[in-house]
Design a protein around this ligand. Structure first.
Ligand code: FAD
Length: 408
């Protein structure tokens, strides 16, 4: 179901909640203009990008104050204690309005369930309300120049000194790290252990002395991600999430939530492609019609599967399927959407620089970010093969060797 189907027959309590959310949005948010469906979230100007981040942070705060952020989260940790379907309805209504939860919303989805599962009682009580209200925003400090797909080979070192860990190393591709208040960081605390065993998961205040964030400017001129340098950064040991040297389990929870979020957060594109075909007099072309039908069917199926996974995550249950499968489907859909947009526009796609074209180009080029960020398609296929299909594991000579002895 999407936002346009408000009136379909749903249980009366669902309909009543939808009406309540709709009324709040009407009073507090700006309806998207129907004549301008081609807006994108790409901000080339750095000031505009920073303002967009601030707006998203502020918007999450307003949602939280109104009871619409963390709707189904446990009340003892600052959530609303509601039902998972309430979150779905709120998300459906939200699609009709311009305000966006942006990166702070993504971090709630990635870090929130991770803290619920692995955090100490104190961390949950202290941090989850701040996360849900975006009082604190977090970036992900995982990847390194020599540790991307093979994340477990990461080398940022942390050494215990009293009740602090002293961190030295470099991270890269860290989305929005130039804006966030805090980060969640993977460091190597036991180089003698095999690579998956000696990693610790830490929370770090980005204002801590010794942290330098350098934005990376991309081909489209926006600076979505950064390099982050850590030079003798002192982090209290109380900021460890889970156990020392057991951070890999915590990281895997983040990555699984991230896959589910990336797949579930994809704004449906089928209606826009249909509109694009109508505006460009391609709606009667039988080949375009067939591909539109194929695309919309795939998008709906992914949406329903995504909802099942999201509901399980919101209930703190094991997802009914590997979220990596959903992310693979989302990445496949994105590729199809970009190709179809270009086919609909034809040669105009190469010369026209209007909003339709900018949107279509963003769809076309977005395939690269969705098929790499949060784990590449190839690596997700490996994971699904090994974990879900129980196929033989990929050969790995270094899985039981001490990390220190693995050739770098
Ligand atoms: C939009 C976006 C946002 C991101 N945000 C963050 C972030 O906030 N924080 C963060 O820490 N990182 C972030 N990343 C980094 C991302 O996690 C890594 O880019 C990703 O894990 C791949 O690592 P890599 O770039 O080092 O590529 P590599 O690991 O070097 O891979 C290169 C190629 O080799 C293939 N490959 C590697 N290993 C295998 C294998 N075993 N089998 C088959 N093929 C293989 C890959 O699929 C890929 O095609 C982001 C990336 C993108 C694109």
């Amino acid at each position: 179901m999407n936002a346009a189907t408000d009136a379909t027959s749903e249980p009366s309590d669902h309909a009543a909640y939808r009406a309540e959310v709709r009324a709040w949005y009407e009073d507090n948010a700006t309806r998207k203009r129907p004549d301008d469906p081609w807006a994108t979230n790409i901000h080339i100007d750095p000031d505009e990008a920073a303002a967009h981040f601030r707006d998203s942070k502020e918007w999450v705060g307003r949602l939280y104050a109104a009871g619409y952020s963390g709707i189904a989260w446990p009340a003892e940790y600052g959530g609303g204690g509601g039902e998972p379907w309430m979150t779905r309805i709120e998300r459906e209504v939200a699609r009709d309005y311009e305000e966006w939860t942006g990166f702070p919303g993504a971090t709630i989805a990635m870090l929130g369930p991770t803290l619920l599962r692995h955090g100490s009682e104190e961390q949950k009580r202290e941090l989850i309300p701040k996360l849900l209200s975006a009082e604190l925003t977090f970036c992900q400090l995982f990847s390194e120049p020599n540790a991307g797909s093979d994340l477990a080979s990461l080398g940022a070192r942390a050494v215990l000194d009293g009740d602090e860990l002293v961190v030295n190393g470099q991270k890269v591709w860290n989305s929005s790290a130039q804006y966030t208040d805090w980060g969640f960081l993977l460091v190597r605390t036991d180089p003698e252990a095999p690579k998956h065993k000696g990693i610790t998961f830490l929370l770090v205040d980005m204002a801590t002395p010794g942290i330098e964030v350098r934005p990376l400017v991309q081909i489209n001129r926006s600076a979505h991600f950064n390099e982050v340098f850590l030079d003798n950064v002192r982090i209290p040991i109380a900021n460890v999430v889970g156990e020392m040297n057991d951070g890999w389990a915590v990281a895997r929870t983040v990555l699984s939530n991230e896959s589910a979020f990336i797949a579930g957060n994809r704004i449906p594109t089928g209606d826009k492609l249909r509109e694009l075909a109508a505006r460009n007099a391609r709606s009667d072309d039988p080949v375009i019609r067939q591909r539109l039908a194929d695309y919309i069917a795939r998008e709906r199926i992914s949406g329903w599967m995504g909802e099942q996974v999201q509901q399980a995550i919101r209930r703190g249950e094991r997802p009914p399927m590997d979220p990596g499968l959903l992310k693979l489907m989302a990445s496949n859909n994105k590729r199809r959407a970009g190709d179809l947009a270009m086919e609909i526009l034809g040669v105009a796609a190469q010369v026209d620089l209007g909003p339709e074209m900018f949107w279509a180009q963003a769809e076309l080029m977005g395939r690269f970010s969705i098929s790499i960020g949060g784990g590449t398609d190839e690596v997700l296929r490996n994971n699904i093969g090994e974990r879900s299909l129980r196929l033989p594991r990929e050969p790995g000579y270094d899985k039981s060797q001490a990390w220190r002895d693995i050739p770098k």
